[in-house]
Design a protein around this ligand. Sequence first.
Ligand code: NAD
Ligand code: UDP
Length: 308
Amino acid sequence: MKRILITGGAGFIGSHLSERLLNEGNDIICLDNFFTGSKNNIRHLIGNNHFELVRHDVILEYLAEVDQIYNLACPASPIHYQYNPIKTVKTSVMGIINMLGLAKRCKATILQASTSEVYGDPKVHPQVEEYWGNVNPIGIRSCYDEGKRCAETLMMDYHRQNNVDIRIARIFNTYGPRMAINDGRVVSNFIVQALKNEPITVYGQGNQTRAFCYVADLVDALIKLMNSDYTMPMNLGNPEEYTILDFAKLIIELTNSNSEIIFKELPADDPVQREPNISLAKEKLGWQPSTSVRDGLLSTIKYFEEII
Ligand code: NAD
Ligand code: UDP
């Protein structure tokens, strides 16, 4: 049994990670300020003697004795991280400083939930870990992108300077049950619109691309990475790339929806293409996603049908 701290544990990915690590027999501290997360996501875990829920904001110091830290606290969808961009930067930067301090004191291993957004609007495709990215430092996505880049910098510096044992997961678009219904991300938006037979809102012409990983696969990868000895950044995602227009058509097909597709203005700095190269994860972790996009979407659609 390990003592594991999961910040952002009441969020979409964090709740699946908390559940899985608890079921594997660990002692879990789930820390969250409930900005985008919800008690509903982890309600079924409350009451378990090995699960502790703490309301706390990672921009403030937190003290505990733990063996591993998964730092997931940070709003992930553009409308949420742009709601209070200064707070988003503080969450990423002050949050990771606090967690790295904790890791250093406890000699815990710390995994940072980084993001494909560190590559910005990438000029290298598919994205490999060696690519330094193409990020606008002053745009509306910068609070998230640069916050996450600075967090990676701090991870590497605590590793080099203080020997903290680090893992950096560059997570690509992930979807599944417990995504917030109002988070504005493409998967939740399209599924909810399709289920309500409302127009599907494609931004721009829909020829920008994304690649979508099912949450159970991602959680699997996070745990494998944490328990590996690999300290450099690693891409985690599903390399199956879709244009957003094709993705809209797929959701219409899988939901048997009557929705029409409409085109809306493309948000500023929206990356044109994104697809992970996951050779490193295959080599170092023996991991690759096992859920097809169709199967993953069907279970996500079922979830949204239940909550609508
Ligand atoms: P989410 O918004 O559902 O989860 C984030 C959680 O962090 C929420 O429970 C929220 O309440 C909590 N939180 C936010 N600010 C906090 C703060 N200051 N103090 C304490 N808790 C705070 O998002 P998610 O999709 O589950 O993402 C989890 C992590 O994975 C994030 O760090 C995100 O950047 C990263 N990530 C996610 C994706 C994705 O596609 N879902 C892709 C790349 C990276
Ligand atoms: N998108 C869209 N319609 C929507 C929501 C998003 O066309 O209703 C597009 C968005 O412009 C982007 C892609 O889908 O090109 C993925 O958006 P999301 O916010 O899910 O994630 P991110 O841009 O951070 O990858």
